[in-house]
Design a binder for this molecule. Structure first.
Ligand code: AMP
Ligand code: TRP
Length: 344
């Protein structure tokens, strides 16, 4: 379904997205990212990447990094990513990412990177001690996307700024070299529950770095753990309202209703039509039942896959070969445009 353009073949719409192999995936990753990746692979040529190069922007234990790479790969497959229809691989296997990132480091400006809020958050107070890699993280992300000339990038809200930078880099490259080479990729931000909040605090994001296990539901949690975490989730004493306006100022209630709507694939309005006027004693068991029905099969499949790590490694080998076949001619052309001798 591709169209041929000069020396490379690009399809009309190509999806690229990435996820870091750090720790357990949780409900926020599932509703904000993975679930959408699964839906998109029917419609688009899709490339999904476990970004191990990004992971080492902060210290990682090598054994743990290998293990997390397998775990994240297993959870993507368990959640429904097809390794036939989509390409699934780990970033470090395709050298073109790092190569193109260097060229982009020489296109992007300090001023652009200085605005990145994720760097400020991750570097914290001790900025002098952050790695150069953490600072230039977004130019590598731009390389991930543009090494495939991807046109659409499904991400959560928090990655929007990096996507905008990717577009700026694509445009700056095209104009510096007077070419019309890179497309400007579009973010695809989905649905009602794109931002899943902590179960302990409705105003902070559900995150793998939160100290409290009760703040998040991991994809590996079993039935009992899921049920218990929902039972203990923070709420307020009021019954649920019958329309979304009534959720204003009630961050925890809004979060739980949003999670229910996303898992059931219905609107917040329709959840409130059913549960408006009822208390959390009534709503939480229904939410727990729904979450268990949707999530526990994923956890079970994931555990099964992880029993054969060599099969996972084999899937990643094949994915890397397919990814490289797309990225190599594109980055080769970039090298030629830039003026590196011996490329075409
Ligand atoms: P991270 O866990 O930060 O590496 O994010 C992996 C993917 O999951 C990205 O596309 C994020 O936007 C998405 N994501 C992470 N946390 C959440 C959350 N609490 N709500 C929605 N999406 C999230
Ligand atoms: N930065 C993204 C995150 O933290 C992960 C990522 C790396 C990514 N490369 C990407 C997402 C390319 C989309 C496209 O979640």
């Amino acid at each position: 379904m591709g169209v041929t353009m000069s020396s490379t073949t690009v399809s009309k719409s190509r999806i690229f997205s990435g996820i870091q192999p750090t720790g357990n995936l949780h409900l926020g990753n599932y509703l904000g990212a993975i679930r959408n990746w699964v839906a998109l692979q029917d419609e688009f040529e899709s490339i999904y990447c476990v970004v191990d190069l990004h992971a080492i922007t902060v210290p990682q234990d090598p054994m743990q990094l290998r293990q997390s790479t397998r775990e994240v790969t297993a959870s993507l497959i368990a959640a429904g990513i097809s390794t036939e229809r989509s390409i699934l691989f780990n970033q470090s296997r395709v050298l073109q990412h790092a190569q193109l990132a260097w060229t982009f480091n020489c296109v992007a400006r300090l001023g652009w990177l200085n605005r990145m809020t994720q760097f400020k958050e991750k570097a914290g107070k001790n900025r002098e001690n952050a790695t150069v890699g953490l600072y230039s993280y977004p130019t590598l992300m731009a390389a991930d996307i543009l090494a495939y000339k991807a046109t659409h990038v499904p991400v959560g809200e928090d990655q929007k700024q990096h996507l905008e930078l990717t577009r700026d880099i694509a445009q700056a490259f095209n104009s510096a070299y007077d070419v019309d080479f890179f497309p400007l990729p579009e973010p695809q931000i989905f649905g009602s529950a794109t931002r899943v909040m902590s179960l302990r605090n409705g105003s902070s994001k559900m995150s793998k770095s939160d100290n409290s296990e009760y703040s998040r539901i991991n994809l590996t949690d079993d039935k009992d753990v899921i049920t218990q975490k929902i039972r203990k989730a923070k709420t307020d004493p009021e019954p649920l309202p019958s329309s979304p306006e009534g959720l204003k100022g009630r961050a925890e209630a809004q979060n739980l209703v949003g999670i229910y709507a996303a898992l059931a694939d219905v609107t917040v309005e329709s959840v409130l039509q059913e549960y408006g006027g009822r208390g959390f004693g009534n709503f939480k068991p229904a939410l727990a039942e729904l979450a268990v029905a949707k999530l526990s099969p994923i956890g079970e499949k994931m555990r099964l896959l992880l029993e054969s790590p060599e099969d996972i490694d084999h899937i990643l080998d094949e994915g890397a070969a397919r990814a490289e076949a797309i990225a190599a001619p594109i980055v080769e052309k970039v090298n030629d445009i830039v003026g590196f001798l011996g490329h075409k």
